[in-house]
Design a protein around this ligand. Sequence first.
Ligand code: TXA
Ligand code: MG
Length: 317
Amino acid sequence: MTIVTSNIDLAAQFLRDGKLVAFATETVYGLGADATNDLAVARIFDVKERPQFNPLIVHVASNEAAMALGRFDSHATRLAEGFWPGPLTLVVPRTAACSASQLVSAGLDSIALRVPQHPMARELLVAVQRPVAAPSANLSGRISPTRPEHVVAALGDRIEMVLDGGECLVGVESTIISCLDASPVLLRPGGVTRESIETELGQTLDTSCQVGAAPVAPGQLAAHYAPRAAVRLNARDARAGEALLAFGSPVPGQAETMRNLSESGDLVEAAANLFKFLHELDAAGVDGIAVMPIPDTGLGVAINDRLQRASVRISDQ
Ligand code: TXA
Ligand code: MG
């Protein structure tokens, strides 16, 4: 049974224990997980039935906490000072010391950060003392929830807890601004108007990458993560010069460099390890990465989608 409660300390304890807790923000209810816990973050994708690994927004209690995770240029600093806490999300480069799971960034070297305004969300984040990853608490492709009953109806017994913070007053998602390049880019319109952001910055926003209210799939992002090494799918073993990305039991003694997504064949564990292992194998300097077959069910669909994209080299496109 999903517990519906207004006990903030209990919700914080659940999050620290790796459980999923939906909580109110001023925009919509978020489906929260400890952003530093790979497995908890992977469960978000499982529960939402997302067919792809969209990067997630990471929520923190203060601007200082945000600045430990992301690098803020002058535009990002200005927007954070002007609109946080509030319905604004900033996409910035990850810091070298960023403690958030690579899965929240879907393997990208950027991170989406937000300091929400809702008093219960703020108290929860202070109590958790960790960054909290949270997409809207609905099934993929459905309407975002603005009341606790919406969350219970949509996600039923799939999550451990709903922290009841009443009705969300803004009711639409946060505005997302990317501060990765010289000029800030509006990625998604939302709770903070474009006009007020332009006034704060003293310049007009680039809106050419705008995606409406629809989520941005990593494939639509200008720079989604692609390994340098060639990725070969449905491999049984590694060839000379290749590292092995295994799933289940690999043929023994095949690869010098190997990571196993999940020895027991657990797809949630595999999702939790995917981007971390791809980065590690790529950094090992191998020519190629041989990937064992992964079942195309549940989270396997998102894993295979991502691996498929990684296997298409830029020159092949
Ligand atoms: O109001 C909101 O923003 C709510 C509450 C819970 O905070 N959250 C929300 O999350 O709407 P979600 O996951 O439904 O939408 C997050 C959006 C997606 O379109 C995703 O692609 C984009 O943020 N995003 C996250 N990280 C990104 C990144 N590193 N680069 C570009 N886009 C990113
Ligand atoms: Mg959403």
